[in-house]
Design a protein around this ligand. Sequence first.
Ligand SMILES: Cc1ncc(COP(=O)(O)O)c(C=O)c1O
Length: 357
Amino acid sequence: MGPGPSDVPPSVLNAMSQPLVGHLDPSFVQMMEEIKDMLRQVFLTENDMTFPISGTGSAGMEFCFVNLIEPGDEVIIGVNGVFGGRMSDVATRCGAKVTQVEAEWGCIIEPDQVAEALASVENPKLVAIVHAETSTGALTPIEEISKLAHEAGALLLLDVVTSLGGCPVRIDEWEVDAVYGGTQKCLSCPPGLSPVSLSDRAMESVKGRQGGVQSWYLDVNLLANYWGDGARVYHHTAPISMNYALHESLRLVLEEGLEKRWARHQANHERLKAGLDGLGLQLTAQEGHRLWQLNAVGVPDGADEAGIRTTLLNEYGIEVGAGLGPLQGKVWRVGLMGHSSSEENVDRFLAALKSLL
Ligand SMILES: Cc1ncc(COP(=O)(O)O)c(C=O)c1O
């Protein structure tokens, strides 16, 4: 019940332990097609360029920036927690001129702030936003920001590492141009792959680059020769067992149904909230924009934040996350992600917390 990795269903673990085939084996190639198809259903997109990057969520982040950004490009990045800060670091390493739009940790990035930043630069190439900030528990609405970015001629990049599979993520409807997720949060798969998707507009931008993509490993032009629709050409040895796991976890997501899965995450968040109310505890993220899958719970005055977290782990077998940055010592981060989002987990956590307090 921390900020990820979440619990992994037995059938996903079982899939990982199946015998290996080669990365060009016909059965694996067939599985790649099924993974791409299921990822499109989960991202709610028809983008051709939809596949998993070999690497964790940060690799997906880096993939998006190295392909879309050239030195000197103007980039606007929302920073309202750890991961907006990481995006700024990655974009700066690509040579971007970064304008940060900052919000207090726990609050969302407001469209007005993005509009102001867009107006302050000459030729904005990209607006990048973390949809679900795992470090604070805030969910930034994206539709208005997307319109503003496109009106200014910029692309929109979205981090859905924590949102994908746990709450609505609508890539085509929101006109997101580049998106990356992670496997270990609401998809309930071990960490190791990062599902990504690029719109046609993003691919045109890649094709129009003046210089080559700085990274060989993450160059979408090369990766397309392996993951695209044509003949499969070896690029790197795909992590076979991780792809088995992702295939099974996506199958489970679609078997449950996206809407039902989102509703389960919402219901368990509300159950937790009601129980916390009963204990006199508050959720700290901005009201109306709280994540269902990551709940930042304010530590009450006088309580031993680290001591309670350690006892929860050692005596009750319940992991919760600590606060980061300005929230260090102030919140517990309680994950209700994917397979871990259950009534039983909520009730066990509440009972344990009550007895410790
Ligand atoms: C919102 C968000 N973005 C990016 C990342 C980085 O992902 P990873 O740790 O899998 O590299 C995380 C990880 O927790 C995250 O929560």
